[in-house]
Design a protein around this ligand. Structure first.
Ligand SMILES: [Zn+2]
Length: 125
């Protein structure tokens, strides 16, 4: 019985060490400048067909053919609107988080990067 217990303890310790070494996907920011962000689920990004711009669907870091993963972040003030978006490569996990800024002189949003994780980045504990 004691030997069995010792074996289980050793196995438990080995598994804990393995788990500690596994990389964790970084969490998306929970807030920006004090405003909480509610993130939607990650979804495959829409496939972009644009001959002039070349292939926009693959990952420039690791050559994953895509699609990348996309999510939107909703935030106030007032009624929460889509004010953030994030892209992640499903292979190397390079991740960019953008604030979407709007002004009346522009069609669409200006994307301002607010967070970035390099390929295969590990989360800070
Ligand atoms: Zn990649």
């Amino acid at each position: 019985m004691t030997a069995e217990l010792e074996a289980l303890r050793a196995e438990n310790e080995a598994l804990r060490a393995k788990l500690a070494a596994v990389r964790r996907i970084p969490e998306l920011p929970a807030e920006h400048k004090g405003v909480p962000i509610e993130w939607r689920r990650w979804e495959p990004a829409p496939f972009i067909l644009c001959e002039r711009a070349g292939d926009l669907n693959g990952c420039p870091q690791c050559d994953h053919p895509g699609p990348s993963l996309l999510t939107f972040g909703l935030a106030g003030p007032g009624k929460p609107l889509i004010r953030f978006n994030a892209h992640r490569c499903p292979s190397c996990e390079e991740t960019c988080v953008y604030e979407r800024r709007y002004d009346k002189y522009r069609i669409g949003a200006e994307l301002v990067e607010i967070a970035y994780w390099a390929p295969k980045a590990t989360a800070q504990p």
